[in-house]
Design a protein around this ligand. Structure first.
Ligand SMILES: Cc1cc2nc3c(=O)[nH]c(=O)nc-3n(C[C@H](O)[C@H](O)[C@H](O)COP(=O)(O)OP(=O)(O)OC[C@H]3O[C@@H](n4cnc5c(N)ncnc54)[C@H](O)[C@@H]3O)c2cc1C
Length: 335
């Protein structure tokens, strides 16, 4: 499907009514290769999107927006203990979570309700409640934009890090994900190490992965705004890392500052704490604000422009830098 002057309103969770010059939706690998080889000979800017849940369009997109509707799923390997799936990039990630949990196949339950398509999940290394998708990915099948040729990346070659992969760094904008290999377990053992999840399941002595999924959904619904109601793109900033000695210095001034241990030398500090201490929690400027239950999420209260969100984000970044000496890194991708 190819459309011109196409509204991206249904494709960006901030809810901006912006347009792409051209929008191309493909449903097979062959269709994508054909587009890249025959229709994309000029230098028109190209952007591949998933569900648009982590994007901030700064204005209309003067180029072609590509979207995958590759939705087939097949089993590529199965043992007594595990099952490996080959999942199309256009599959809605939570549909996959729901399906696997309902069939008692474990691994994805902690990632329930993350708004994502499967292709983007492999680019972003989505994570929540103590699970990251990188630990379940076996390989990522891609098409190179410049040549239309297939290339398969092993999980190691994807160079995964915190919300990061080679597709966002050295090879940014060069490959399109078409399929993702995901290895799941047939003997699931729920992971409830994460404190919020443990508390939610405190009355359940032997939670199943179904219980974990329900608990995750419950926590997320209580804490995060639904983009269909309040436009947002999830956590706007990444949780910053710093040295343990820098953290100890901060703790002398802010005795309640939380942290997660990363290594002997490094800790991670919740960006939400820093933003809240700078007075932004629940704040509203015109049509935008920092969500009252989770200030890391910037929201569009209706009718906001991209510039309003950017101004608020800039303001938060400057305040956190001046108060804590920490530079926040954006998780949301500006287009
Ligand atoms: C309410 C809310 C809660 C969220 N909670 C979490 C959370 O708990 N954990 C978490 O990790 N994230 C979270 N996010 C962020 C978001 O869900 C993830 O970043 C997700 O992976 C975005 O998926 P998407 O399909 O919308 O991709 P998009 O936002 O459309 O794209 C993300 C990036 O992937 C690229 N891309 C997309 N598809 C492809 C493809 N097939 N090939 C190549 N490149 C591609 C895009 O160019 C872009 O760079 C949340 C977002 C929202 C709105």
């Amino acid at each position: 499907m190819k459309k011109h002057n196409y509204s991206l309103l249904p494709h960006n969770s901030f809810g901006f009514d912006i347009e792409a010059d051209t929008f191309v939706d493909y449903s097979t690998e062959a269709e994508l290769i054909d587009f890249l080889r025959h229709n994309n000979a000029d230098d028109t800017p190209l952007l591949h999107i998933g569900g648009g849940n982590n994007l901030l369009f700064t204005g209309d997109f003067a180029g072609t927006v590509l979207h995958s509707s590759i939705k087939d799923i097949s089993v590529t390997d199965e043992t007594d203990d595990s099952i490996t799936l080959r999942v199309g990039s256009g599959v809605v990630f939570d549909d996959l979570c729901r399906y696997t949990v309902e069939h008692n196949i474990g691994g994805l339950e902690n990632l329930s309700l993350i708004p994502s398509e499967v292709g983007a999940a492999a680019i972003q290394n989505i994570g929540a409640y103590g699970t990251e998708i990188k630990d379940l990915i076996t390989k990522v099948d891609t098409i190179e934009i410049a040549t239309g040729k297939r290339r398969t990346f092993t999980a190691a070659e994807c160079m995964y890090g915190y919300r990061n992969s080679i597709f966002k760094t050295a090879l940014a904008g060069q490959y399109i994900v078409v399929y993702v290999g995901i290895c799941l377990t047939k003997n699931p053992k729920p992971n409830i190490e994460y404190a919020a999840l443990r508390n939610e399941l405190a009355d359940n002595k032997e939670p199943s992965i179904y219980d974990v999924r329900q608990a995750v959904i419950h926590i997320r619904n209580a804490k995060l705004p639904d983009p269909k109601v309040l436009g947002n793109a999830g956590s706007f900033f990444k949780n910053p890392y710093c040295t343990r000695s820098y953290y100890e210095d901060l703790r002398r001034k802010y005795c309640d500052i939380p942290h997660y241990d990363i290594s002997e030398e490094e800790v991670k500090i919740p960006a939400a704490y820093l933003i809240e201490r700078c007075g932004f929690k629940g704040i509203r400027y015109g049509n935008v604000g920092a969500y009252d239950k989770q200030p890391l999420v910037l929201v569009n209260y209706g009718g906001a422009t991209p510039d309003e969100v950017i101004a608020l984000a800039d303001n938060i970044e400057k305040s956190v830098l001046s108060e804590f000496g920490i530079s926040l890194e954006r998780e949301v991708i500006y287009v």
